[in-house]
Design a protein around this ligand. Structure first.
Ligand code: GDP
Ligand code: MG
Length: 163
């Protein structure tokens, strides 16, 4: 049986980079400047022998009259409700922020399954952020480098029993 995975998290943590890696086509825009991708984007993902649908949440930072927090909450809740599993991504280089804590709270209340991913995990600079991620209360984080393709076997190991 197939499933839907939503990648959620604050802007710039690497959600679209992972989406592109899983989908294998440049369906989602990735840019250093926040605000390039918008809303929810869906693609057909492959990881090992798993085929599933992946949703990239974007558009969190688009300027509207709605507050960033309100927009973030609304888009994230929409993605969470569409998904069987949520991959909550944090930036291991930046460390855990107040915004990450807000996401963690939404997911704890609403998501069926949460996989915590500490991205930008390549190199020892990420060690402190990975350790901090344990404090979110969402279980053991998997250490990823979406850009370098590291940690994909750990992601597979988390998804496989849920598929
Ligand atoms: P999004 O806003 O969460 O979708 O983040 P993006 O995928 O657009 O990535 C934001 C920035 O982080 C880009 O400059 C990416 O190249 C960079 N990035 C993504 N994944 C990694 C990673 O694993 N390591 C490092 N060092 N940078 C990354
Ligand atoms: Mg993006």
């Amino acid at each position: 049986m197939s499933f839907t995975l939503a990648i959620v998290g604050r802007p710039n943590v690497g959600k679209s980079t992972l989406f592109n890696r899983l989908v294998g086509k440049r369906l989602a825009l990735v840019d250093d400047q926040p605000g390039v991708t918008r809303d929810l984007r869906e693609g057909a993902a492959h990881l090992g022998d798993l085929d599933f649908t992946v949703i990239d949440t974007a558009g969190l930072e688009d300027a509207t009259d709605e507050s960033l927090e309100g927009r973030m909450r609304r888009l994230t809740e929409r993605a969470v409700d569409m998904a069987d599993i949520c991959l909550f991504m944090v930036d291991a280089r930046a460390g855990i922020t107040a915004t990450d804590q807000l996401f963690a709270e939404i997911l704890r209340k609403r998501a069926k399954h949460v996989i915590l991913a500490a991205n930008k995990g390549e190199g020892s600079r990420a060690d402190d952020g990975v350790m901090e991620a344990y404090g979110l209360g969402l279980g053991e984080p998997i250490r990823l480098s979406a850009e370098h393709g590291e940690g994909m076997t750990d992601l597979y190991a988390m998804l496989m029993p849920l598929a």
